[in-house]
Design a protein around this ligand. Structure first.
Ligand SMILES: Cc1ncc(COP(=O)(O)O)c(C=O)c1O
Length: 288
């Protein structure tokens, strides 16, 4: 079966999907995107992702081409057409196609592109073993709360991590960890509290982060919403990251030093379990 993508109103085989040369996403990175996890064929935290999309679009003044109900119908349809039960939906909205000029075009229509990536999330080996991260300078712009398609700093950060034998980069500004290249960063103190950086323009408001904080509160796990330094991370009892495509993933080494005992810790494992429980379809739906 050919992979089916969505482009500007049509579902079509990926080989036939063409974006015009003068698209502002291609020329300027003038657009925003979203990424949503799929488990048991269902969209995870979809409503919150669509709210963040609405906000990102408003911040860069691109009109939202679809209502939440319309977006949801497209997401469900692309999942169905690709027969995907577990993985990731990516979609982006650019300011559209116009002769190259920095000013907003008068009459361009936003370009909408969506695709799926099948991926094992619930039983991912990395969830059992944990992953390594390295810290790198945060080279990004000042509006990281907008989910911009400009990801050059993250491309460089994550490539540096890969070349250092790690799977994710934790970006650092003024000695404090901001977030991962494509994930929110957490540590657990030796006293058993979760520590996560508060929301601001310095980080993306992670949707998985948001759900995880609610779940951890309901479970009575103490939370400290504050910045943490690289040194504190090196001495943490546990560390983990969250993202729509990984849910909760243990971090077992930072800059080549083991975190805690160098294996996934009990609080991280508990949080992953809670998130999976939330994301999983009820048994009756999964069996359909
Ligand atoms: C920079 C950054 N921070 C955090 C996240 C995690 O956000 P979410 O949980 O909404 O996937 C992402 C996801 O792509 C990201 O790119």
């Amino acid at each position: 079966m050919s992979r089916i993508v969505f482009l500007n109103g049509s579902f079509l085989p990926i080989e036939e999907a063409r974006v015009p040369f003068m698209d502002r996403g291609f020329l300027f990175g003038d657009g925003v995107y979203e990424g949503i996890g799929v488990l048991d064929g269902r969209l995870v935290d979809n409503e919150a992702h669509l709210e963040r999309l609405e906000r990102s679009l408003a911040e860069v003044r691109i009109p939202n081409p679809y209502s939440p109900a319309e977006w949801t119908a497209l997401e469900e349809e692309i999942v169905r057409r690709n027969g995907m039960t577990e993985g990731f939906i990516y979609f982006q909205v650019t300011r559209g196609v116009a002769e190259r000029d920095f000013f907003f075009p008068e009459d361009a229509k936003p370009t909408v592109a969506m695709f799926t990536q099948a991926k094992t999330i619930a039983d991912a080996p990395a969830a059992r073993t944990g992953i390594a991260v390295v810290t790198v300078p945060d080279l990004r712009w000042a509006r990281r709360d907008v989910k911009s398609i400009n990801l050059l700093a993250q491309v460089l950060a994550k490539q540096a991590a890969k070349e250092a034998g790690a799977q994710e980069a934790w970006m650092v500004e003024d000695g404090y960890v901001t977030e991962g290249g494509s994930s929110s960063a957490f540590i657990v103190t030796t006293g058993g509290s979760i520590v996560v950086r508060p929301l601001s323009q310095a980080i993306l408001p992670g949707i998985t982060r948001k759900s995880l904080l609610r779940l951890s509160q309901e479970d009575g796990i103490p939370l400290e919403e504050r910045r943490f330094t690289v040194e504190e991370a090196h001495g943490a009892a546990e560390a983990f990251l969250t993202s729509a495509s990984n849910f909760v993933l243990p971090v077992v080494s930072i800059d080549g030093r083991p975190v805690g005992e160098g294996k996934p810790g009990p609080i991280t494992r508990r949080l992953r379990e809670l998130y999976l429980q939330m994301a999983r379809a009820p048994a009756s739906l999964a069996a359909e």
